[in-house]
Design a binder for this molecule. Sequence first.
Ligand code: HEM
Length: 402
Amino acid sequence: MTAPERARFVLDPAVRDVHGESARLREAGALVPVEVEGVRAWAAARHAALEAVLAHPDLSRDVRHWSAEGRRALRADGSLAPIVLARTMLNAEGEEHRRLRGPLSRVFSARRIAAMRPRVEAVTAEFVDRLAGLPPGPVDLRREFAYPLPCEVISDVMGIPRERRAELTGNDHVLTTTRGTPERLAGARAGRDAVIRETVEERRRSPADDLISDLVALEGAELTEGEVFDTVQELYVAGHVTTVNLITNAVRLLLADPGQLDLVRGGERPWSAAVEEALRLESPLRHFPMRYAVRDVEICGVTVRKGEAVLACFAAAGRDPGRYGQRAERFDVASDPPPHLSFGHGAHFCLGAPLGRLVGEVALSALFGAFPGLALAKPPDELDPVRSVLALSTTSLPVLLG
Ligand code: HEM
């Protein structure tokens, strides 16, 4: 057997009730055979199982450990393929992983990121001013604030030239919403790649004080040209998509629960508490592919055979009553829950966690500080979920600024 024989669930990108799906996965077992975009895998939806999977030395991110049958099922045009096949630190293990991640760990250290706070605050203030200048009426806060803010911050860190940012964001928006014909998507990918390639080439000619220049400086000695390009692309994408979802989800949760909002707005609880609770309850990543068994492995009493794949179900683990008890499904900023897994665990723990947290906190405090009358313009259950097995958020967030 090279893949879970019988899929008990088919994970549907378009499901409306994502949390209902999560509950069914958790109830079905520690590891559950699922089908996702035609691929068979075990889903780890309970907190304990996910934690064990993420840290297991014999569950590798290296796709070469996946069975040939499993790999054949991967659809080239699906949303899993680009992540599963990328040649980046995410899919490297051991010495190779240390080589790719090591230089970046310094740049993304908690200390270096904390020093960026004034710059993040200044960029956020610009977006808040822009919001204040919009005509009265409903505003899509995802489009006008939650999306452009993290794009601008990661572009600053990386050193994407200002005059190319709109082009990069436009192409990226097409790709991350996966809307459009195959031709439009291919065009957007080519457009995004061109901006990144040309920026890397420019930094080779004239280095600046930014992350792309730091990576280019390692070319030859520590990184190949291809690895520099892939890493730049990975950091740009990983550096904003999840933070967009975090801000959108956190604002929605706070506006839907004025009592909880008062606790943070009144200073009784820090904004960081709202960020952590939003990360737990509405993990920006819904499911994340994939780990492969290097040999037969036992996880919480279930045997994963060599060559089989395991999917990490972050959204489901964040609401596991076995971990979070009575508060599992409740947004509760009054006290800190046990730590969540929404930034991962083990060697692949999110490199950008300090940056995601910083941008989330600054965004919430600036937004709610500037607009005391901020309110949802549509009931939360009427918002459309993002259609992706990878992401958990809504496609828009209509609000009235007050
Ligand atoms: C890895 C979540 C923000 C860069 C991860 C993983 C998770 C995650 C769950 C582990 C995946 C796995 O083990 O399978 C998030 C969330 C974010 C966020 C929820 C925001 C709220 C960022 C930012 C960056 C970033 C801002 C930017 C630089 C990365 C990278 C990895 C990673 C490079 C791969 C690390 C490795 O393989 O060693 N992220 N992330 N992330 N994240 Fe984030």
